[in-house]
Ligand binder design. Structure first.
Ligand SMILES: Nc1nc2c(ncn2[C@@H]2O[C@H](COP(=O)(O)OP(=O)(O)OP(=O)(O)O)[C@@H](O)[C@H]2O)c(=O)[nH]1
Ligand SMILES: [Mg+2]
Length: 297
């Protein structure tokens, strides 16, 4: 069988996590209409009789700045480094941007094989994407089209995956147990579901300043008990996240719990607490606790 790592790269909000979830037929990565949703690159394993592909869902490319942006930029580099093939995702309605050129230059510099996937194929092509696509030489680049709304989505994905697998080395056996779906810790994935519920239910800039720390994760008789802290970076955000008589936090908890139960296939008690931590994105200890540091893998 053919085995290896595939890095999913591109600008924020182009549909990388949506593609990743479709490939894995399981919701692992969080998706939202807002850019910079993905922070830690998550892994997903796809095993068949013929191949085992391990996908990295990277954060959208951003130029390094302080705090969380520096972490996002490093995660992008780490995905390039840890992949055997790079899948560059371009949304069909994407406009010309310096950031995309920079992201592409980084991918090319690695000298790893590249494949291009044009997603949101249900939307009209922008002039930039038309031009970019024409500039690709079909003889030396793999080019795919994809849309989460496509009718023949499943067959299309099967072709994409088997074509990618052909580029990867042969292995006498899979690299990981075929039953594994991710290399990430369950609690990291659970924290992402809580963050996703916040993205869905909170307005404007609030979700961008949030972090989720899992404080406890243990089985207690017939239920999995999870306690988590939601960190906010501004004092007045605390009351917004909690809502009138705790109504907003209750909604967040309900939505997150449903996703977690669906993912884990078991009953969950989810206790959420909101804590104000001024400028947590500049505090290296908190960043570490959230997993936003360079320790991973
Ligand atoms: N029309 C259309 N929308 C899509 C498609 N794929 C994803 N989207 C939408 O695009 C938005 C962004 O999707 P994500 O999957 O979160 O994008 P991402 O590239 O992972 O974003 P970051 O994590 O912020 O870098 C969401 O609102 C998706 O529902 C598609 O094929 N067609
Ligand atoms: Mg994403």
């Amino acid at each position: 069988m053919n085995c290896g790592f595939v890095g999913i790269l591109g600008l924020p909000n182009v549909g990388k996590s949506s593609l990743f979830n479709e490939i894995l037929q399981d919701k692992i990565s969080i998706v939202s209409p807002k850019p910079q949703t993905t922070r830690q690159s998550l892994s997903g394993i796809c095993t068949t009789d013929d191949y085992q592909l391990i996908f990295w869902d990277a954060p959208g490319f951003v130029n390094p700045k302080k705090g969380i942006f520096d972490f996002l930029a490093k995660e992008f580099d780490r995905v390039i480094e840890n992949s055997d093939i790079l899948l560059i995702v371009i949304a069909c309605d994407q406009l010309e941007s310096l950031a995309f050129q920079q992201a592409l230059a980084k991918a090319k510099k690695s000298k790893k094989p590249l494949a291009y996937l044009f997603t949101k194929a249900d939307l009209p092509l922008s002039p930039y994407v038309t031009e970019f696509r024409e500039s690709l030489d079909p003889r030396d680049s793999l080019v795919f089209d994809f849309s989460i709304k496509g009718e023949n989505k499943k067959e299309n994905l099967e072709t994409i995956l088997s074509t990618l697998a052909e580029q990867l080395p042969e292995s006498p056996q899979p690299l990981y147990d075929p039953d594994m779906i991710s290399l990430d810790k369950t609690r990291d994935i659970v924290a992402e579901f809580i963050r996703e519920a916040c993205f869905e239910l909170l307005q404007q800039e609030i979700p961008f300043g949030l972090g989720v720390i899992i404080k406890s994760f243990k089985h207690d008789q017939h239920i999995l008990r999870i306690e988590a802290n939601i960190l906010v970076e501004k004092e007045n955000h605390k009351a917004i996240v909690i809502g009138k008589k705790g109504s907003q936090l209750k909604e967040i908890g309900k939505k997150a719990r449903e996703q977690i139960e669906k993912f884990l296939g078991e009953k969950v008690f989810l206790g959420l607490h909101v804590a104000y931590k001024k400028n947590w994105q500049k505090d290296s200890n908190i960043m570490k606790e959230l997993g936003y540091d360079d320790r991973r893998r």
